[in-house]
Design a protein around this ligand. Structure first.
Ligand SMILES: NC(=O)c1ccc[n+]([C@@H]2O[C@H](COP(=O)([O-])OP(=O)(O)OC[C@H]3O[C@@H](n4cnc5c(N)ncnc54)[C@H](OP(=O)(O)O)[C@@H]3O)[C@@H](O)[C@H]2O)c1
Length: 293
């Protein structure tokens, strides 16, 4: 199978390339400098050359504050970019995997969201990603849309200055004696290696459609930080931040837990718990405490 990964040098893109190579696929790595999803001709040229059976689109403008400042650019990448790839998936006959987000929901449900729940994004990022989903759903004959959440991986997240929440917490724990983290935002942190494995297994079936694909379980950022320090043995005093201590400039859902209900119904769910993913990530970056091993 020939697989083209768009955003191949990104956090998820790198792990996807490795996972497909490990599966014996030919992988074509398409980075932003050769393919701009917002530019139909550029996408067409690269994908015509790639002659891929499967294309995975990880490209996005997903810095939430930047999207709010530049809504037209966010829509061009997250909305029109997805539309361009959806059209090309029909014209060039490839299966399109498109990555979306938990931020299509407003959080009011306060219980895990399933694929049939009605989205209601709170910000420009969520709205433009939802537009991208609709373009893919209505245009591409062979598509998978995966809504993921709280990504971290060994490769730098390019949109977020090369760091991720786990690395940030580990860095701050070295620099400070005490840390305060919010407890009122609940999500499911997910290791990119696990999503990559999930996508590889889905590339072998034809159950096209919209899927939630996150690790199992959920936690607040505070509980996530506590687990990072427990597993890494970091010695730092952690406490819950007050409700207005870190005011967000842009509204975000307070609760964005996704249930992988469709993957489960089709017996396709290979996602582990978020704690399991975190432990393997810390082991991989050499930060797992000796007592946890
Ligand atoms: N990170 C999270 O916590 C999170 C949570 C939920 C959903 N998601 C979704 O997951 C996906 C992957 O996220 P990630 O963390 O792997 O992101 P990332 O590390 O920022 O990687 C994104 C990749 O897309 C490329 N890209 C950006 N704009 C592009 C364009 N117009 N045309 C072609 N390539 C472009 C970037 O290249 P340059 O850097 O060179 O521009 C980069 O290689 C995104 O769709 C995002 O919306 C992420």
């Amino acid at each position: 199978m020939r697989v083209a990964v768009i955003g191949a040098n990104g956090q998820l893109g790198c792990d996807l390339c490795t996972a497909f190579l490990d599966r014996g696929c030919e992988v074509i790595q398409l980075n932003h400098d050769i393919l701009d999803v917002a530019d139909f001709d550029s996408a067409k040229r690269s994908l015509q050359q790639a002659k891929a059976d499967v294309v995975v689109n990880t490209a996005a403008m997903h810095n939430v504050d930047a999207c709010e400042r530049e809504p037209a650019r966010a829509f061009a990448v997250n909305g029109i970019g997805a539309r361009n790839l959806a059209i090309l998936s029909n014209d060039l006959d490839f299966v399109l995997f498109h990555i979306s987000t938990d931020y299509v929901f407003d959080g009011a449900k306060r219980a895990p969201y399933v694929e049939t729940d009605c989205p209601r994004p709170l910000n420009v990022y969520g709205n433009t990603k939802l537009a991208g989903e609709y373009f893919v759903q209505t245009i591409a004959k062979k598509h998978f849309i995966l809504r993921v959440s709280g990504l971290y991986g060994t490769n730098p997240c390019r949109a977020k200055g090369g760091s991720n929440f786990v690395n940030l917490m580990l860095k701050l724990a070295k620099e400070r004696d005490e840390l305060r983290v919010v407890d009122d935002e609940v999500l499911t942190p997910t290791y990119t290696e696990d999503i990559a494995r999930q996508i590889v297994s889905m590339s072998e079936v034809k159950d096209y459609g919209l899927y939630h694909a996150t690790a199992q379980g959920s936690c607040s950022w505070y509980r996530f930080a506590a687990k990072i320090f427990e597993l890494s043995g970091a010695k730092v005093k952690l406490s819950i931040a007050g409700p207005n201590e870190f005011p967000a400039k842009v509204p975000r859902p307070k609760y964005s837990v996704l249930e992988n209900s469709k993957l489960k119904a089709l017996n396709l769910d290979v996602m582990p718990t978020w704690e399991d993913g975190l432990e393997r990530y810390l082991k991989k970056i050499g930060t797992l405490s000796e007592t946890t091993r």
